[in-house]
Design a protein around this ligand. Sequence first.
Ligand SMILES: *[C@@H]1O[C@H](CO)[C@@H](O)[C@H](O)[C@H]1NC(C)=O
Ligand SMILES: *[C@@H]1O[C@H](CO)[C@@H](O)[C@H](O)[C@H]1NC(C)=O
Ligand SMILES: *[C@@H]1O[C@H](CO)[C@@H](O)[C@H](O)[C@H]1NC(C)=O
Ligand SMILES: *[C@@H]1O[C@H](CO)[C@@H](O)[C@H](O)[C@H]1NC(C)=O
Length: 425
Amino acid sequence: MGTTTQHSIPWPKILKPILIILIPTLVLVTFISLDYNLDNLPFLKLRDINVDESLTPPLRCRAVNDSISLRLGDKCDMSIGKWVPYPKGPAYYTNNSRCVIQDAQNCMKYGRPDTEFMKWRWKPEDCELPLFDAARFLEIVRGKSMAFVGDSLARNQMQSLGCMLSSVASFVEQSNTTDIKFRRWFYPDYNFTLQLSRTPFLVKARGVSPYPAKPIDLYLDEVHEVWPTQVEAFDYVIISIGHWFAKPVMYHEKGKVVGCSSCKEKNIKDLTMYYGYRVALETAFRTLINLRPFKGIVFLRTISPTHFAAEEMKGRGNCIRTRPFEKREMKYDWYISTFHMMQMDEFRVAKRKGRERGLKFRLLDVTEAMSMRPDGHPNHYWHPPVGNKRQFYDCLHWCLPGPIDTWNELLLQQLKTEENEGETY
Ligand SMILES: *[C@@H]1O[C@H](CO)[C@@H](O)[C@H](O)[C@H]1NC(C)=O
Ligand SMILES: *[C@@H]1O[C@H](CO)[C@@H](O)[C@H](O)[C@H]1NC(C)=O
Ligand SMILES: *[C@@H]1O[C@H](CO)[C@@H](O)[C@H](O)[C@H]1NC(C)=O
Ligand SMILES: *[C@@H]1O[C@H](CO)[C@@H](O)[C@H](O)[C@H]1NC(C)=O
């Protein structure tokens, strides 16, 4: 343990020639890392990401023919496509609907003037993504339970789902704690439980803070103490982590420090944020596979891109666009592509191992779709106007309503597929 070779990245043979030709031609754009606060104050700052030379290039190069990207069997790959206008939007709810929208993501409340960002729908290349049908969703999950496990984007998606269901059913708050890290909503009419288990790293972590004074200690081979027991009886578990790994973190394995990332300590090997992310995912998946009572379906929600446009602000980025990107406007993003590649690798391994134990692993691959939506973030509409005070821009979370609603459209599609497939893995 303790060397990158342990977790080195398999490089699919067919990609090699393509990448060799492509990589030198790709312009690697701004590497953006960020600090973002747990809940209220996304203090966002740019920092150079120290990209380890030894890392293999990302799997998904957007300039390459997209048919290389992972397909789920012979089914339509919903992860590739484009955004098409949907003038009737927002499709499911407004900021005035009876549902929970975190203030910081309630962009209309804080005066976001443009509304076009709510008027697009995702169109997969080879098929249609049907509109979300709340009644259908609730029928599928009747008598079941679903947990979002991860960071504030997990909560962002859960609130979006709550709002998308709000036209059909309302929930009873069952969170018997004021701890925002744990939320439980119960839908009595459907005997359906929705839960948020907050764990930004999935593994055991000490010194977790949005602005850590010293590196956060991550125990990469030890799973976080709480969430596995919170979800062991659940039918669906949606794993959702990512950007916290860009903070300064110290890696421990087998009780020893093995390296760190963004920590600037001379005598400690820099293992990059990707290393820790990968091992943490591996640990989390292994835990779920070994969790005996667990019989649920695990979804991995892929990395959600940020859109801090460095050129628009000195030193900090904001996201002022009001329209999606078209494919030709997209820039190659090493940071996101590398995370995505890691997720695909770990997902494939977990899916294979899970199958041996009768567990299903499924993907919610939102990365490409969301990378085209710089217009979907709160930017500075995550708080009341602050006058002359220093402004921070949130180009990481997503406005509600907004493009993040697509994640739940994709989730419902997956659930429908599972229903039709019965017992196949
Ligand atoms: C990508 O490749 C597939 C199969 O090789 C082909 O059918 C498709 O037209 C290609 N797409 C583009 C955009 O070149
Ligand atoms: C919804 O947005 C409008 C502006 O579009 C705002 O006036 C109103 O206060 C918001 N409602 C809530 C509940 O946030
Ligand atoms: C509600 O669902 C739970 C599983 O989530 C199940 O154990 C229980 O029997 C169900 N109750 C009713 C009344 O159907
Ligand atoms: C919340 O309730 C559950 C049982 O419903 C219990 O196991 C848990 O300890 C409670 N948590 C708190 C913080 O009260």
